[in-house]
Design a protein around this ligand. Sequence first.
Ligand SMILES: Nc1ncnc2c1ncn2[C@@H]1O[C@H](COP(=O)(O)OP(=O)(O)OP(=O)(O)O)[C@@H](O)[C@H]1O
Length: 597
Amino acid sequence: MPPANKRRSAVRSLLRLWPYVLPVRTRVFGAAAVAVVASCLGLVIPLVLKWIVDGPVADRDPAGVWLGGGMLLALGVAEALLFGLRRWLVARPLAGVEAAMRADLYRHLQRLPVSFHDRWASGQLLSRGTTDLMLLRMFLAFPMTFLLVNGVTIIAGFGILLSQRWSLGLVLLAPVLPLVAGCFLFEKKYFKVARRAQDQVGDLTTVVEESVLGIRIIKGFGRHRSQARAFRELTRTLRGTELNKARLLSAIMALITTLPELAIGIALVLGSVQVADGDLSAGTLVAFLSTALALRWPVESIGFLLAISNDAASAADRFFEVMDEKPAAAGDAAPRQRTKSLPAQQAGMSFDGVVFRYPDAPPDTPATIEGVDLHIRHGETMALVGATGSGKTTLTALVPRLYEPTSGRITLDGRDITAMPREELRELVAVAFEEPTLFSASAGENVLMGAASAEEHDLLRALDVAQASFVHDLPDGHATQVGEQGLSLSGGQRQRLALARAIVGRPRFLVLDDPLSALDVHTEALVEAALRRVLAETTALVVAHRPSTVLLADRVALLSGGRIAAVGTHDELLHGNAEYRELMSGAEAQEQEAISR
Ligand SMILES: Nc1ncnc2c1ncn2[C@@H]1O[C@H](COP(=O)(O)OP(=O)(O)OP(=O)(O)O)[C@@H](O)[C@H]1O
């Protein structure tokens, strides 16, 4: 789950966007300047009105009235054109800012360690990469500019009001203090609710994503009602939070609208009395009130602009919470060593005193891997056997550095994996997991993901070795799209494609996490034959639950209590190790049961 959010000032949060705005600053500030000019042009209109009323209207001069009308029209058109220019100036660069932030987030997510992804719900990450970034673009396009533009307009407008009649100007200034206090309180409360709402959107996204990905389980177990209930519960909570936001916004809007309207009403009465007494010209009163009315939108919009700015500030916090996470260490750029002339005892894969504890495991629990020493000789296949939850998957995940050992070291042909650049490690080691994950791409593209430099002939060889030639019979051969997560293929077909992907780059080392799990007996025979050929080409560590998988290996290591309890051939362990015998007899019984079904 995301870390607990600390309260920051909205301004500090938004200032962190500066590096992204920097490349388009000229356009953004140019647009803001254009908007200031447009908004201030609007304030000239009341002055022209004053001139028309006190001049041509009082003198009964129709030509003067026409001239004034023309000036008003020109001012209106100029104001509209300038606002249009502002929009044009920012639209494209800000879409670019959003795209750059999204690309950075995606790149960073790819570089973050698996332990980060274990902690964070995918919906939280999805919502940060979509709705939160949209909110930030909206902020940069609108409130950021208009908080400035409206601020300048209000100051200029009050300058004009005070210069026309300072006493009436002070009446209009009276609500400023209560308004500032109200805005301060609003900002404090709204920031918290805005953050809560965005986190709840993330939770909701997680539920939707899980429901879509797990639709077969939901339907298979008839869980749609309970899923719908969980979804409804979350939407109700989110609705409550959104209503809370709306309540806060309407309270500040009520204050922002009422107080200035009251002040304008009082100024109108006082001004009318002064006109009646002959202390003030009718034109000045018209200009005064028109200026006051022209300031209504800049003042009233402040509540709304503050709301979006706070939404954006918490969206920025959520974005940077992910960006501030440290990516996995790259490994030092040690020069590549030739491995061919290594002494026999160093060639292969070695675990030396490897200890591993999950970062989020409770401190008083024992480490998952307590101290593993194991050597897999060059060209050998070692099966890793152990009770469920004994740490087999965990141990295999340490080899491609999906997690870093807490202590100890793992070497490949004598070289510490932490001293290798990650790209080199990826070239040396290939992995295939229990769940053969495929992507929405063609069958061939899925296989070629296993090696950046692999070509067509490598693909065909990998498909052949992994017994995945069914691909050639698909409608478009290996260019056939396999659908989201490869769900248009059978389990056995997906397993064989995953195997082909693992070997397409001819890795020296192969790590397979129970590649025959969840297969029916007939499919298992097919994949097993594929595995036999795959394993003949490399040095491999294979997590095995069933005797049939164990028989593919040259030797077997038994993982127990976080340590390697025994190493030997299947027969040696069967005769000499009670725990192994028990594990295998249980697995064998299950296998027999599966066959007889
Ligand atoms: N991401 C994680 N965070 C914390 N603990 C974890 C995590 N993944 C696994 N564990 C714990 O580590 C222990 C070993 O899990 P692991 O998946 O390695 O076992 P396994 O031997 O592969 O089990 P199985 O045979 O059932 O697949 C378990 O107690 C599990 O709860």
